[in-house]
Design a binder for this molecule. Structure first.
Ligand code: SOE
Length: 380
C-alpha cells in the first residue's frame, strides 16, 4: 500500500471533517494508496497540539511555510479562511505538493485563475472540497440526468438557507466568525453557500451563461473581533439570482443566513421534459423522483431511499436500508481523489473546474451592483 503523507492547515470545522475522511477512507474503500496524517498546522500551538493529538497527526507546525517545505509532506490540505487559499496553494504548488483546497477556491475569479495556473504549471494533483457532489443521492441524481431520464431540462431551482447570523450582536472576524468578515471571506452567502449550489448545478446541468442578482446586508455594522471596533459589514447576508444555463434552462438560486428556523437547508429541484428530481440536505439520503412515463393511475413522486448497494458509494458501507450522512461525502471525495491518482483520471472538481463556480459568483456580485444581467466569464 502506497502511503501519502498529508499536511493539513487549519483545525476548525473543515479540519475535522477532512481529518475524519482521511482516517476512515481505507477502512471502507479498497484503494492502492493510504493517507498518513503526518502534520497538522495552525498559528496557535495551544490549539493545534490538542487537535493533532485528537486526530492522530504525527507532528505539528505553527508556520504553514515550513510545512509546505517539509520533504516528508506530499499533500497539502488547505482548511483555512478564504483569503489565505491562494498564497498557500501557490507556495505548495511551487514546492511540488498535491493540493486539496477547501471551497470556495479563491476570493474571486482572477485570483482563482492564478491558482489554476500555479497548479497546472507545477503539474500537481489538485481538487476543491465541494463535498455535496458526493452525497450518494446527489451522485445518483447525476446518474439519472446523464442517462437522459429527465430529457430536456427546463428548470433548475436551488436554495441554501441558514439563520445563524440574525443576531445583530454577533461580532464579525476571527476564529469561527471570519465568514462574516469580507476581508477574510471575500463575500458572504454567495461564496460560502451559493458556491455549493452553483458547483452542484454546473455538474448536473452544465455551464451558466448569465445571471441577474440582488444581494442585501441586513446588519450593516458589527463589532470586529480582531480590532475590537464596530466596523461596516462588507459581506452579503442574502443573495437571490436568476440564471440562464447554456442548455437553455432557466434557474433561480437563493441563499440567506436570515431564514429563521433553517440551519442548512440546501435543496435543489430540476424539472425536465419527462421527469423531475428534488433533493434536500436535511433528508440527504432520499431522492424525490417523478417520472411522467409511469402508468397514469400510479404516477406520482417516488421517495427513493438511496441506501441500496446499487446506489453510488453505498455498496461500500453497511447493508441496504441503513443510512450514512454528511461526513461520508468527505470520505467519498478522498476515495475518489486517491482512486484518481492511481488510475490517472483526476477527481473533480479540480481547481480548473472550481474556477467556473468562481466566475459565476463574480458575475452574481457584479450584477447585484449593476442591477443588470451579467455574462459569466468562460474558463479558458
Ligand atoms: C457555513 O455555515 C457552512 O459551514 C459553510 O461554510 C459550508 O460550506 C456548508 O457546507 C455549511 O455551512
Amino acid at each position: 500500500m502506497k502511503k501519502l503523507n498529508v499536511g493539513l492547515i487549519g483545525y476548525g470545522f473543515m479540519g475535522r471533517a477532512h481529518s475524519n475522511a482521511y482516517r476512515k477512507v481505507n477502512n471502507f474503500f479498497d484503494l492502492e494508496c493510504q493517507p498518513v496524517l503526518k502534520a497538522a498546522c495552525a498559528r496557535s500551538e495551544d490549539k493545534v497540539r490538542p487537535f493533532a493529538a485528537k486526530w492522530g497527526y504525527e507532528s505539528v507546525e505553527t508556520d504553514w511555510r515550513k510545512l509546505v517545505q517539509r520533504e516528508d509532506i506530499e499533500l497539502i490540505d488547505i482548511c483555512t479562511p478564504n483569503n489565505t487559499h491562494a498564497e498557500i496553494a501557490t507556495a505548495a504548488a511551487k514546492a511540488g505538493k498535491m493540493i486539496l483546497c477547501e471551497k470556495p477556491l479563491s476570493m474571486d475569479g482572477p485570483e482563482g485563475k492564478r491558482m489554476v495556473a500555479a497548479v497546472e504549471k507545477a503539474g500537481v494533483a489538485n481538487m476543491v472540497w465541494y463535498n455535496y457532489r458526493r452525497v450518494p443521492a446527489v451522485t445518483f441524481a447525476k446518474q439519472l440526468i446523464d442517462e437522459g431520464r429527465l430529457g430536456r431540462i427546463y428548470h433548475y431551482r436551488a436554495k441554501f438557507l441558514q439563520d445563524w447570523t440574525i443576531n445583530p450582536d454577533l461580532p464579525q472576524g476571527g476564529t469561527g466568525l471570519w465568514r462574516l468578515d469580507v476581508k477574510a471571506a471575500g463575500s458572504g452567502v454567495t461564496g460560502d453557500l451559493l458556491a455549493h449550489c452553483i458547483d452542484t448545478a454546473i455538474w448536473l446541468n452544465g455551464g451558466i451563461d448569465k445571471v441577474n442578482a440582488m444581494t442585501e446586508t441586513f446588519v450593516k455594522e458589527r463589532k470586529h473581533n480582531l480590532t475590537g471596533k464596530v466596523e461596516k459589514v462588507g459581506i452579503d447576508d442574502a443573495c437571490a439570482f436568476l440564471a440562464r444555463f447554456g442548455n437553455g434552462s432557466l434557474a433561480t438560486f437563493e441563499s440567506t443566513r436570515y431564514a429563521r428556523g433553517h440551519k442548512a437547508l440546501y435543496t435543489f429541484e430540476i424539472n425536465g421534459e419527462h421527469a423531475s428530481i428534488f433533493w434536500d440536505l436535511h433528508d440527504l439520503h432520499r431522492l424525490q423522483y417523478f417520472d411522467h412515463r409511469d402508468q397514469g393511475p400510479v404516477r406520482g413522486w417516488r421517495s427513493i431511499h438511496v441506501t441500496d448497494g446499487e446506489h453510488p458509494y453505498m455498496g461500500k458501507w453497511w447493508v441496504p436500508g441503513l443510512q450514512i450522512g454528511y461526513e461520508h461525502s468527505f470520505v467519498h471525495q478522498v476515495a475518489d481523489f486517491l482512486q484518481g491518482l492511481t488510475n490517472g483520471k483526476p477527481a473533480s472538481p479540480t481547481f480548473r473546474d472550481a474556477l467556473e463556480t468562481q466566475y459565476v459568483c463574480d458575475a452574481v456580485l457584479k450584477s447585484a451592483k449593476s442591477g443588470k444581467w451579467e455574462k459569466v466569464a468562460k474558463v479558458k
